[in-house]
Design a protein around this ligand. Structure first.
Ligand SMILES: Cc1ncc(COP(=O)(O)O)c(C=O)c1O
Length: 380
């Protein structure tokens, strides 16, 4: 079945007891047992819940995965992936990642005796060069934050799996959504989503998810969740599932609008450069065309005049909001150096190409003409 049909039906059979077409919210902590130790598939909310299960089945189906575990946030899901590493292990991660991931890897994980090497994964050979005998994980964010860089998932998976230690490849595919990219089909071992973003789609719920076809990794992810408790609430799962039902339709509209915005910005004299993986000018456009099933709705641009000019320009916007996060129906613009990537030092920002004029635009679902017109008047 096609994507949008699976988004509406996978994991969402009418309720067996009542016939409710929309899966109900099971807002309960515990389930009755038939006899000591024998439950009917559900025992305790931290471990398992019917509403969460419905969401997990649906997300697994959309990513072409056999397994999915949902968490209370994208960062909780990232922590579950890292929980498979042990002191003395080495990992390689994309330089261009969400700043929270960079902070977690560089400031917390390193204190647990796990060494992380950050490389530009846009060139897969950098991974080949960074591999060591004890490399256990390769973490790729594509499209990457905040510049929208693209890494070649298939090439990276081939390099990783040919290495004697066969490190697993985890792809943070949040900026693409399962509609625009299915990393497991390209050879990745794990897909991470901050479901806070496109998957839930309405900026009203926090969540994360891990999908994999590997039983050993799934068991570790489930064990971590059950043992440590970063469990999402049933209501949050229900809201997320409600968002998933329109994911394909929303993504088509996001990418149409993003193309209109990217083309406008590319033609504007006050914009130094634009990065949108759907534009032929994007340095990894050919890779994006090969590996993505859509270009998603994220555009990055460098505005002339740095922070001062961005402050003035964003204060004039009427439709766009100056705000963090992405993937909702409302269009958002964030100034990378002072907002999403503020946890990085100035040197770290510069190393990653985040200059003072760089903004990330999450193109929403308003009318494209209004979005472009608002940018035009604010830049005038
Ligand atoms: C690409 C990416 N991965 C992970 C996260 C973390 O997700 P959450 O905020 O749900 O913890 C974010 C948050 O912005 C993100 O943009």
């Amino acid at each position: 079945m096609k994507f949008q049909t699976r988004a509406i039906h996978a994991g969402q059979d009418p309720d067996a007891r009542t016939g409710a077409v929309v899966p109900p919210i099971y807002q309960n902590v515990t389930h009755v047992m038939d006899e000591p130790g024998a439950h009917r598939g559900f025992d305790y909310l931290r471990s398992i819940n019917p509403t969460r299960r419905a969401l997990e089945e649906c997300l697994a189906e959309l990513e072409g995965a056999t397994h999915c575990v949902c968490y209370s946030s994208g960062m909780a899901a990232a922590t579950a992936v890292a929980s498979t590493l042990k002191p003395g292990d080495h990992a390689i991660a994309s330089h261009h990642v969400y700043a929270g991931t960079y902070r977690y890897f560089s400031k917390i994980l390193s204190d647990y005796g796990i060494e992380i090497t950050f490389v530009n994964t846009e060139d897969a050979l950098n991974i080949q060069r960074a591999l060591r005998g004890n490399t256990r994980m390769i973490w790729v964010e594509t499209p990457g934050n905040p510049l929208g860089t693209i890494s070649d998932i298939r090439a990276i998976a081939e390099i990783a799996h040919a290495h004697p230690g066969s490190p697993f490849v985890a792809v943070d595919s949040t900026m693409a959504s399962p509609y625009c990219q299915q990393p497991l089909s390209l050879g990745a071992d794990v897909v991470l989503h901050s479901t806070t973003k496109y998957i839930s789609g309405h900026l009203d719920v926090l969540g994360g998810a891990l999908m994999t076809n590997r039983q050993d990794l799934h068991d570790a992810f489930f064990y971590f969740q059950n043992a440590t408790g970063p469990t999402p609430s049933p209501f949050d799962n229900w809201l997320t599932l409600r968002g998933v039902r329109t994911l394909g339709l929303r993504m088509q509209a996001h990418q149409e609008n993003a193309m209109a915005v990217a083309r406008f910005l590319e033609s504007h004299p006050r914009v130094q450069w634009v990065m949108y993986c759907g534009l032929p000018s994007h340095p990894q456009h050919e890779v994006a065309k090969r590996q993505m099933t859509g270009f998603s709705g994220m555009v990055s641009a460098d505005f002339e005049g740095g922070l001062e000019a961005v402050t003035e320009f964003t204060s004039r916007l009427k439709v766009w909001s100056l705000a963090e996060s992405l993937g909702g129906v409302e269009s958002l613009i964030s100034h990378s150096a002072t907002m999403t990537h503020a946890p990085l030092s100035r040197e770290e920002q510069e190393e990653q190409g985040i200059t003072q004029g760089v903004c990330r635009l999450s193109v929403g679902l308003e009318d494209a003409e209004d979005l472009v017109e608002d940018l035009r008047q604010a830049l005038a």
